[in-house]
Design a protein around this ligand. Sequence first.
Ligand code: 9WN
Length: 415
Amino acid sequence: MTDRQASEVLLGNWTGHSTVPSHSLYPHQWSWDSAFIAIGLRHLSPRRAQVELESLLGSQWADGRIPHISFSPSVARDAYFPGPDFWQAITRGGIETSGIVQPPVHALAVWLTHQADPVESVRRNFLARVYPKLVAWHTYLREHRDLGGHGLVAIVHPWESGMDNSPAWDEALARVEPAPLDSFTRRDTDHASNADRPTDLDYGRYVQLAATYRDHRYDDARTPFAFALEDPCFNALLIASEHALASIAAELSLDPAPHLSAAAELTKSLSTLFTDGIFRARDLKSGELVAADTISGLVPLLVPELPEATELLGTAQGPRFQLGKVHLVPSYDLTGPAFEPGRYWRGPSWFNTAWLIHRALAALDQPTLAEALRQDFLTLATDTDFAEYVDPYTGQPRGARDFSWTAALALDLSC
Ligand code: 9WN
Protein backbone atom coordinates (compact mmCIF):
# COMPACT_ATOMS: atom_id res chain seq x y z
CA MET A 1 0.00 0.00 0.00
CA THR A 2 2.66 2.48 1.08
CA ASP A 3 4.75 1.51 -1.94
CA ARG A 4 2.07 2.21 -4.52
CA GLN A 5 1.07 5.56 -3.00
CA ALA A 6 4.68 6.62 -2.51
CA SER A 7 5.50 5.68 -6.10
CA GLU A 8 2.57 7.75 -7.35
CA VAL A 9 3.87 10.80 -5.48
CA LEU A 10 7.33 10.35 -6.96
CA LEU A 11 6.00 9.81 -10.48
CA GLY A 12 3.79 12.89 -10.12
CA ASN A 13 6.70 15.07 -8.99
CA TRP A 14 9.11 13.82 -11.71
CA THR A 15 9.82 16.46 -14.36
CA GLY A 16 11.67 14.36 -16.95
CA HIS A 17 15.18 14.56 -15.49
CA SER A 18 14.66 15.43 -11.82
CA THR A 19 12.02 15.60 -9.09
CA VAL A 20 10.51 18.71 -7.50
CA PRO A 21 10.08 18.54 -3.70
CA SER A 22 6.51 19.82 -4.18
CA HIS A 23 4.89 21.29 -7.31
CA SER A 24 3.28 24.09 -5.32
CA LEU A 25 5.73 25.13 -2.59
CA TYR A 26 9.09 24.15 -4.15
CA PRO A 27 8.74 23.86 -7.95
CA HIS A 28 12.47 23.48 -8.80
CA GLN A 29 15.26 21.01 -7.98
CA TRP A 30 16.70 21.23 -4.44
CA SER A 31 20.10 19.84 -3.56
CA TRP A 32 19.66 17.66 -0.49
CA ASP A 33 16.09 16.81 -1.49
CA SER A 34 17.43 15.24 -4.69
CA ALA A 35 19.81 13.06 -2.68
CA PHE A 36 17.01 11.79 -0.42
CA ILE A 37 14.70 11.38 -3.41
CA ALA A 38 17.28 9.25 -5.25
CA ILE A 39 17.55 6.99 -2.19
CA GLY A 40 13.86 6.13 -2.66
CA LEU A 41 13.70 6.32 -6.45
CA ARG A 42 16.39 3.63 -6.70
CA HIS A 43 13.73 1.07 -5.71
CA LEU A 44 11.38 2.27 -8.43
CA SER A 45 13.91 2.85 -11.17
CA PRO A 46 17.65 2.69 -10.48
CA ARG A 47 18.24 4.45 -13.79
CA ARG A 48 15.94 7.31 -12.85
CA ALA A 49 17.68 7.66 -9.48
CA GLN A 50 21.01 7.95 -11.30
CA VAL A 51 19.56 10.58 -13.65
CA GLU A 52 18.21 12.55 -10.65
CA LEU A 53 21.71 12.78 -9.17
CA GLU A 54 23.42 13.39 -12.51
CA SER A 55 21.08 16.25 -13.30
CA LEU A 56 21.79 17.83 -9.91
CA LEU A 57 25.53 17.50 -10.52
CA GLY A 58 24.93 19.12 -13.91
CA SER A 59 24.33 22.39 -12.05
CA GLN A 60 27.63 22.19 -10.14
CA TRP A 61 29.69 25.38 -10.26
CA ALA A 62 33.26 25.61 -11.54
CA ASP A 63 34.47 26.02 -7.93
CA GLY A 64 32.88 22.67 -7.01
CA ARG A 65 29.87 23.89 -5.06
CA ILE A 66 26.51 22.23 -5.63
CA PRO A 67 23.94 25.05 -5.43
CA HIS A 68 20.94 24.54 -3.18
CA ILE A 69 18.45 25.23 -5.99
CA SER A 70 18.70 24.46 -9.68
CA PHE A 71 15.96 26.48 -11.35
CA SER A 72 13.71 24.94 -13.95
CA PRO A 73 13.36 27.11 -17.09
CA SER A 74 9.84 25.81 -17.63
CA VAL A 75 8.53 27.23 -14.34
CA ALA A 76 7.41 30.88 -14.00
CA ARG A 77 10.34 33.00 -12.82
CA ASP A 78 8.37 34.29 -9.83
CA ALA A 79 6.79 30.97 -8.83
CA TYR A 80 9.22 30.68 -5.92
CA PHE A 81 10.91 33.41 -3.91
CA PRO A 82 13.82 34.02 -4.07
CA GLY A 83 13.92 32.99 -7.71
CA PRO A 84 16.58 33.18 -10.43
CA ASP A 85 16.31 36.96 -10.82
CA PHE A 86 17.25 37.40 -7.17
CA TRP A 87 20.23 35.03 -7.14
CA GLN A 88 21.69 36.12 -10.51
CA ALA A 89 23.80 32.99 -10.81
CA ILE A 90 24.28 30.92 -13.93
CA THR A 91 26.55 27.94 -14.56
CA ARG A 92 28.88 27.56 -17.55
CA GLY A 93 26.27 25.16 -18.92
CA GLY A 94 23.63 27.91 -18.76
CA ILE A 95 21.65 26.60 -15.77
CA GLU A 96 20.27 29.26 -13.41
CA THR A 97 20.89 28.40 -9.77
CA SER A 98 21.00 29.84 -6.27
CA GLY A 99 24.45 30.62 -4.83
CA ILE A 100 24.33 28.88 -1.44
CA VAL A 101 24.63 25.16 -0.66
CA GLN A 102 22.86 22.46 1.38
CA PRO A 103 24.09 19.50 3.48
CA PRO A 104 26.35 17.10 1.56
CA VAL A 105 24.36 13.89 1.61
CA HIS A 106 25.02 13.29 -2.11
CA ALA A 107 27.91 10.81 -2.03
CA LEU A 108 25.90 8.62 0.34
CA ALA A 109 22.96 8.79 -2.09
CA VAL A 110 25.22 7.94 -5.03
CA TRP A 111 26.64 4.92 -3.25
CA LEU A 112 23.19 3.62 -2.22
CA THR A 113 21.88 4.22 -5.75
CA HIS A 114 24.79 2.25 -7.22
CA GLN A 115 24.17 -0.61 -4.82
CA ALA A 116 20.52 -0.86 -5.90
CA ASP A 117 21.57 -2.04 -9.37
CA PRO A 118 25.34 -2.38 -9.84
CA VAL A 119 24.91 -3.85 -13.33
CA GLU A 120 22.97 -0.85 -14.63
CA SER A 121 25.36 1.44 -12.78
CA VAL A 122 28.42 -0.12 -14.44
CA ARG A 123 26.69 -0.18 -17.82
CA ARG A 124 26.07 3.58 -17.56
CA ASN A 125 29.51 4.21 -16.07
CA PHE A 126 27.64 5.98 -13.27
CA LEU A 127 30.24 5.93 -10.49
CA ALA A 128 33.18 6.84 -12.73
CA ARG A 129 31.29 9.85 -14.10
CA VAL A 130 30.07 11.24 -10.80
CA TYR A 131 33.05 10.46 -8.54
CA PRO A 132 35.24 13.43 -9.67
CA LYS A 133 32.29 15.78 -9.21
CA LEU A 134 31.67 14.56 -5.68
CA VAL A 135 35.37 14.95 -4.88
CA ALA A 136 35.26 18.54 -6.22
CA TRP A 137 32.18 19.22 -4.06
CA HIS A 138 33.82 18.00 -0.87
CA THR A 139 37.04 19.83 -1.76
CA TYR A 140 35.08 23.08 -2.17
CA LEU A 141 33.56 22.63 1.29
CA ARG A 142 36.81 21.75 3.03
CA GLU A 143 38.96 24.36 1.27
CA HIS A 144 36.57 27.32 1.03
CA ARG A 145 34.27 26.83 3.98
CA ASP A 146 36.52 26.09 6.94
CA LEU A 147 35.92 29.69 7.98
CA GLY A 148 36.76 29.13 11.65
CA GLY A 149 39.97 27.16 11.01
CA HIS A 150 38.72 24.29 13.23
CA GLY A 151 38.70 21.65 10.50
CA LEU A 152 34.91 21.92 10.18
CA VAL A 153 32.72 23.33 7.41
CA ALA A 154 30.75 26.51 8.18
CA ILE A 155 27.34 27.43 6.82
CA VAL A 156 26.84 31.08 5.87
CA HIS A 157 23.04 31.15 5.62
CA PRO A 158 20.28 29.35 7.61
CA TRP A 159 19.01 27.86 4.33
CA GLU A 160 22.38 26.09 3.99
CA SER A 161 21.57 23.96 7.03
CA GLY A 162 18.33 22.75 5.41
CA MET A 163 16.74 23.59 8.80
CA ASP A 164 15.95 27.19 8.00
CA ASN A 165 14.33 28.65 11.12
CA SER A 166 15.90 26.33 13.69
CA PRO A 167 16.18 27.99 17.13
CA ALA A 168 19.93 27.26 16.84
CA TRP A 169 20.20 30.24 14.46
CA ASP A 170 18.16 32.74 16.51
CA GLU A 171 21.01 34.42 18.34
CA ALA A 172 23.21 34.73 15.26
CA LEU A 173 20.30 35.97 13.13
CA ALA A 174 19.37 38.62 15.70
CA ARG A 175 22.59 40.43 14.72
CA VAL A 176 21.50 40.68 11.08
CA GLU A 177 19.73 43.84 9.93
CA PRO A 178 16.68 42.55 7.99
CA ALA A 179 15.95 43.67 4.45
CA PRO A 180 12.88 45.97 4.45
CA LEU A 181 9.75 43.82 4.38
CA ASP A 182 8.32 45.79 1.45
CA SER A 183 11.43 45.07 -0.67
CA PHE A 184 10.38 41.48 -1.52
CA THR A 185 7.28 39.30 -1.90
CA ARG A 186 7.13 35.88 -0.29
CA ARG A 187 5.50 33.12 -2.31
CA ASP A 188 5.67 30.30 0.27
CA THR A 189 2.69 31.59 2.24
CA ASP A 190 0.54 31.32 -0.93
CA HIS A 191 0.80 27.56 -0.50
CA ALA A 192 1.27 26.87 3.24
CA SER A 193 -0.18 28.30 6.41
CA ASN A 194 1.66 31.30 7.86
CA ALA A 195 1.67 29.57 11.23
CA ASP A 196 3.66 26.63 9.81
CA ARG A 197 6.34 28.76 8.12
CA PRO A 198 9.19 31.10 9.16
CA THR A 199 8.12 34.62 10.11
CA ASP A 200 8.40 37.74 7.93
CA LEU A 201 11.22 38.96 10.15
CA ASP A 202 13.12 35.68 9.51
CA TYR A 203 12.60 36.20 5.78
CA GLY A 204 13.91 39.78 5.94
CA ARG A 205 17.13 38.45 7.44
CA TYR A 206 17.40 35.53 5.01
CA VAL A 207 17.08 37.99 2.12
CA GLN A 208 19.69 40.33 3.57
CA LEU A 209 22.26 37.56 4.07
CA ALA A 210 21.71 36.13 0.59
CA ALA A 211 21.91 39.57 -1.05
CA THR A 212 25.25 40.33 0.63
CA TYR A 213 26.76 37.04 -0.59
CA ARG A 214 25.35 37.65 -4.08
CA ASP A 215 26.70 41.21 -4.16
CA HIS A 216 30.16 39.77 -3.47
CA ARG A 217 29.75 37.35 -6.36
CA TYR A 218 29.54 34.42 -3.90
CA ASP A 219 33.24 34.84 -3.18
CA ASP A 220 33.91 33.09 0.14
CA ALA A 221 37.18 34.95 0.72
CA ARG A 222 35.71 38.43 0.13
CA THR A 223 32.18 38.27 1.54
CA PRO A 224 31.81 39.86 5.00
CA PHE A 225 29.66 37.05 6.41
CA ALA A 226 27.35 38.27 9.17
CA PHE A 227 26.27 34.68 9.84
CA ALA A 228 28.75 31.79 10.01
CA LEU A 229 28.27 28.66 12.09
CA GLU A 230 29.66 25.13 12.23
CA ASP A 231 26.56 22.95 12.08
CA PRO A 232 26.76 19.37 13.47
CA CYS A 233 24.33 17.87 10.93
CA PHE A 234 26.13 19.42 7.95
CA ASN A 235 29.50 18.13 9.13
CA ALA A 236 28.18 14.71 10.15
CA LEU A 237 26.69 14.23 6.68
CA LEU A 238 30.03 15.26 5.15
CA ILE A 239 31.70 12.55 7.24
CA ALA A 240 29.13 9.93 6.21
CA SER A 241 29.62 11.01 2.61
CA GLU A 242 33.43 10.77 2.89
CA HIS A 243 32.93 7.17 4.02
CA ALA A 244 30.67 6.64 1.00
CA LEU A 245 33.33 8.20 -1.26
CA ALA A 246 35.86 5.72 0.16
CA SER A 247 33.54 2.85 -0.87
CA ILE A 248 33.03 4.41 -4.32
CA ALA A 249 36.81 4.87 -4.77
CA ALA A 250 37.46 1.23 -3.81
CA GLU A 251 34.79 0.09 -6.27
CA LEU A 252 36.55 2.08 -9.00
CA SER A 253 39.93 0.55 -7.99
CA LEU A 254 41.08 3.95 -6.71
CA ASP A 255 42.67 4.66 -3.34
CA PRO A 256 40.04 5.08 -0.59
CA ALA A 257 42.63 6.23 1.98
CA PRO A 258 42.31 10.02 1.42
CA HIS A 259 38.57 9.79 2.07
CA LEU A 260 39.01 7.71 5.20
CA SER A 261 41.58 10.11 6.57
CA ALA A 262 39.37 13.13 5.76
CA ALA A 263 36.52 11.38 7.60
CA ALA A 264 38.75 10.65 10.60
CA GLU A 265 39.97 14.27 10.81
CA LEU A 266 36.44 15.65 10.54
CA THR A 267 35.21 13.21 13.20
CA LYS A 268 37.93 14.41 15.57
CA SER A 269 37.05 18.06 14.92
CA LEU A 270 33.34 17.32 15.34
CA SER A 271 34.02 16.23 18.94
CA THR A 272 34.75 19.87 19.81
CA LEU A 273 31.01 20.56 19.31
CA PHE A 274 29.95 17.97 21.91
CA THR A 275 28.62 19.27 25.22
CA ASP A 276 25.83 18.36 27.66
CA GLY A 277 25.24 15.02 25.91
CA ILE A 278 24.64 16.52 22.44
CA PHE A 279 26.41 18.25 19.55
CA ARG A 280 25.78 21.99 19.31
CA ALA A 281 26.55 24.46 16.52
CA ARG A 282 29.53 26.78 17.01
CA ASP A 283 28.82 30.42 16.23
CA LEU A 284 31.98 31.77 14.59
CA LYS A 285 31.09 35.35 15.47
CA SER A 286 30.94 34.75 19.23
CA GLY A 287 33.22 31.71 19.25
CA GLU A 288 30.65 29.99 21.53
CA LEU A 289 28.58 26.84 21.17
CA VAL A 290 24.93 27.79 20.68
CA ALA A 291 22.68 26.97 23.66
CA ALA A 292 19.90 25.28 21.67
CA ASP A 293 19.47 21.53 21.28
CA THR A 294 18.14 20.51 17.88
CA ILE A 295 17.86 17.42 15.71
CA SER A 296 21.07 18.60 14.02
CA GLY A 297 22.92 17.67 17.22
CA LEU A 298 21.63 14.08 17.05
CA VAL A 299 22.47 13.43 13.38
CA PRO A 300 26.14 12.64 14.25
CA LEU A 301 24.75 9.28 15.50
CA LEU A 302 25.24 8.36 11.84
CA VAL A 303 29.01 8.80 11.99
CA PRO A 304 30.80 5.43 12.05
CA GLU A 305 32.64 4.73 15.31
CA LEU A 306 31.53 7.98 16.90
CA PRO A 307 33.14 8.14 20.37
CA GLU A 308 30.11 9.98 21.79
CA ALA A 309 27.50 7.55 20.37
CA THR A 310 26.31 5.97 23.65
CA GLU A 311 25.83 9.28 25.42
CA LEU A 312 24.14 10.79 22.36
CA LEU A 313 21.73 7.88 22.10
CA GLY A 314 20.82 8.48 25.75
CA THR A 315 20.02 12.11 24.91
CA ALA A 316 17.81 11.05 21.99
CA GLN A 317 15.78 8.85 24.35
CA GLY A 318 15.73 11.41 27.19
CA PRO A 319 13.25 14.25 27.87
CA ARG A 320 14.62 16.57 25.20
CA PHE A 321 13.70 14.34 22.20
CA GLN A 322 11.78 11.36 23.66
CA LEU A 323 12.79 8.96 20.89
CA GLY A 324 10.26 6.12 20.82
CA LYS A 325 7.65 8.06 22.83
CA VAL A 326 6.68 10.85 20.39
CA HIS A 327 6.28 10.76 16.62
CA LEU A 328 9.55 10.43 14.68
CA VAL A 329 12.25 12.72 16.13
CA PRO A 330 11.38 16.34 16.98
CA SER A 331 13.44 19.01 15.25
CA TYR A 332 13.98 20.87 18.52
CA ASP A 333 14.22 20.15 22.24
CA LEU A 334 10.69 19.40 23.52
CA THR A 335 11.58 21.16 26.78
CA GLY A 336 13.21 24.16 25.09
CA PRO A 337 11.89 27.73 25.46
CA ALA A 338 11.41 28.20 21.70
CA PHE A 339 9.52 24.92 21.09
CA GLU A 340 6.51 25.25 18.74
CA PRO A 341 4.93 21.95 17.65
CA GLY A 342 3.75 23.22 14.24
CA ARG A 343 6.32 25.74 13.06
CA TYR A 344 8.71 24.24 10.56
CA TRP A 345 12.12 23.49 12.15
CA ARG A 346 11.16 24.78 15.63
CA GLY A 347 9.64 21.55 16.90
CA PRO A 348 7.87 19.51 14.21
CA SER A 349 9.26 16.10 13.23
CA TRP A 350 10.61 15.70 9.70
CA PHE A 351 10.88 12.52 7.66
CA ASN A 352 14.38 13.04 6.27
CA THR A 353 15.94 13.42 9.71
CA ALA A 354 13.91 10.43 10.97
CA TRP A 355 15.39 8.40 8.08
CA LEU A 356 18.92 9.47 9.08
CA ILE A 357 18.30 8.51 12.72
CA HIS A 358 16.77 5.19 11.62
CA ARG A 359 19.88 4.44 9.58
CA ALA A 360 22.04 5.33 12.58
CA LEU A 361 20.02 3.10 14.94
CA ALA A 362 20.34 0.15 12.58
CA ALA A 363 24.11 0.66 12.35
CA LEU A 364 24.36 1.01 16.14
CA ASP A 365 22.62 -2.36 16.53
CA GLN A 366 19.47 -0.96 18.13
CA PRO A 367 16.89 -3.12 16.31
CA THR A 368 13.97 -2.43 18.66
CA LEU A 369 14.31 1.36 18.49
CA ALA A 370 14.95 1.22 14.74
CA GLU A 371 11.90 -0.92 14.04
CA ALA A 372 9.59 1.25 16.16
CA LEU A 373 10.80 4.34 14.31
CA ARG A 374 10.36 2.61 10.94
CA GLN A 375 6.77 1.57 11.73
CA ASP A 376 5.88 5.07 12.96
CA PHE A 377 7.45 6.55 9.82
CA LEU A 378 5.50 4.33 7.42
CA THR A 379 2.17 4.78 9.19
CA LEU A 380 2.55 8.56 9.43
CA ALA A 381 3.76 8.96 5.84
CA THR A 382 0.62 7.35 4.41
CA ASP A 383 -1.80 8.72 7.01
CA THR A 384 -0.64 12.28 6.30
CA ASP A 385 -0.56 11.97 2.48
CA PHE A 386 3.23 12.24 2.62
CA ALA A 387 3.33 15.49 4.57
CA GLU A 388 6.41 17.69 4.69
CA TYR A 389 6.50 17.58 8.53
CA VAL A 390 4.27 16.61 11.46
CA ASP A 391 3.44 17.68 14.99
CA PRO A 392 5.59 15.40 17.19
CA TYR A 393 2.85 14.92 19.78
CA THR A 394 -0.26 14.45 17.62
CA GLY A 395 1.21 13.41 14.25
CA GLN A 396 -0.95 16.09 12.58
CA PRO A 397 0.37 16.95 9.08
CA ARG A 398 1.93 20.36 8.41
CA GLY A 399 3.38 22.14 5.37
CA ALA A 400 3.15 20.57 1.90
CA ARG A 401 1.48 17.23 1.07
CA ASP A 402 2.74 14.75 -1.57
CA PHE A 403 6.19 15.85 -0.49
CA SER A 404 8.87 14.00 -2.45
CA TRP A 405 11.43 13.03 0.18
CA THR A 406 8.69 11.77 2.50
CA ALA A 407 7.46 9.47 -0.27
CA ALA A 408 10.96 8.46 -1.36
CA LEU A 409 12.19 7.60 2.10
CA ALA A 410 8.94 5.74 2.89
CA LEU A 411 9.60 3.65 -0.19
CA ASP A 412 13.14 3.00 1.03
CA LEU A 413 12.01 1.96 4.51
CA SER A 414 9.27 -0.30 3.22
CA CYS A 415 11.67 -2.28 0.99
C1 9WN B 1 14.64 27.03 1.33
C2 9WN B 1 12.93 22.06 -0.26
C3 9WN B 1 13.53 22.80 0.92
C4 9WN B 1 14.29 21.86 1.88
C5 9WN B 1 14.68 22.55 3.18
C6 9WN B 1 13.44 23.17 3.78
C7 9WN B 1 12.79 24.13 2.79
C8 9WN B 1 13.38 26.18 1.49
C9 9WN B 1 12.20 27.06 1.81
O1 9WN B 1 12.46 23.43 1.60
O2 9WN B 1 13.66 25.22 2.54
O3 9WN B 1 15.69 26.24 0.83
O4 9WN B 1 11.76 27.79 0.90
O5 9WN B 1 11.69 27.05 2.93
O6 9WN B 1 13.76 23.83 4.98
O7 9WN B 1 15.27 21.62 4.06
O8 9WN B 1 15.46 21.40 1.25
O9 9WN B 1 12.18 20.97 0.17
